[in-house]
Design a protein around this ligand. Sequence first.
Ligand SMILES: [Zn+2]
Length: 461
Amino acid sequence: MAAPEIQRIVIDNCAIATVDADDTEHAVGHLVLAGHRIESVGAGPAPADLDHVVRRIDARGHLATPGLVNTHHHFYQWLTRGLATDHNLFDWLVALYPLWARLDERMCHRAAQGSLAVLAKGGVTTTMDHHYVYPRGCGDLSGAIVRAARETGLRFTLARGSMDRGEKDGGLPPDFAVESLDGALAATEETVTAHHDASFDAMTQVAVAPCSPFSVSTDLLRESAELARRLGVRLHTHGSETAEEEQYCREKFGMRPTDYFASTGWLGEDVWMAHCVHMSDADIAAFARTGTGVAHCPSSNARLAAGIARVPDLLSAGVPVGLGVDGTASNESGELHTELRNALLVNRLGAHREKALNARQVLRMATHGGARVLGRAGQIGSLEPGKLADVVLWRMDTLAHASIADPVTALVFGAPAPVTASFVGGRQIVEDGRLLTVDEDAVARATREEARRLARIAAGD
Ligand SMILES: [Zn+2]
């Protein structure tokens, strides 16, 4: 039997920002997608004599970029948006943990669907979910989240989190929401075995992700690092988010967060951390020296009054930096495409404003930078022949953007751009702003029902 022919999709007449190593851009160019991969990208029209073309898209008026990559999130928080709106991080956590401790499988599945749908509609093609709340008797939460990612069609990394430092051990989470050290490690290994795919085209990967220095024992941090390295998967956690976290680490461990992470095996090319707001010059140098990555979450940091991360300093030191939305209990929108503008503007308010970010640096963080911190820069994050066909077409000829000459400036500085089409591995998941994979109105109704059910259960009804 003959091998099945590879089917081609030809996209012509669009501006293209490839985000390759040279920042190659084309004012008018073409892309050819062949099966899961990008076959060609370049200036002018696509070759005329291609076989097996199943679709031709005239993309005039559009900018093509790599799909956006979200490097920090907590999907379950979709059910607890808009609460504790005036709290700082520690008070916000204490207010919300009693709700989160009642999560079950159906809630996590619906919350993940809602989170994924909003990301996808805004041009995200790869996301992660840091899930660290596994209350006793909660069912297979990891399986429910992975299923939601498959249904929505996004490329996905589940950062299997854990907490073992409950209130009785001086941590913040209530005791019934934490796991034992051995239980957390065994469940994490099971999740890697069940869901991690190391192949080039992988749609699902798993990282080992204990929650934070103030909810996890030193032993769990250290043994998680050993587990991840034995299994050949990546490591993720929260780090240097707030002044209170730094104070906590000084009091409990006698050192700053980055030194604490270094002492537990948590700096390295296989590690990325969310936030990294309160970083000294020495901390940044340690991240750069070891290749440790950062997920920059400007809206969440503003929402919780955590501070402004030193992103220009991180980038100039050579630290890999991606963008993240963080959980939607601290960033109610859950959209990544609006984070590009927020990252740019917030960093211009920081102490380092004289060397603040430009539009192309921000687009790079949101694409190639994100791919780097997820360990997938060889496969996604730029538009280059041989890479996976994760591509977004942004409409730039409407009232919102048409008078801005440079499309990358329009995308980052301007209003959120409409997504005409989004492809993951050559499969189209968004058309004219609507999801093709799940019924978003049904997801909206279901998430509202689950949010109400969670509130009722937590209230003891
Ligand atoms: Zn977070």
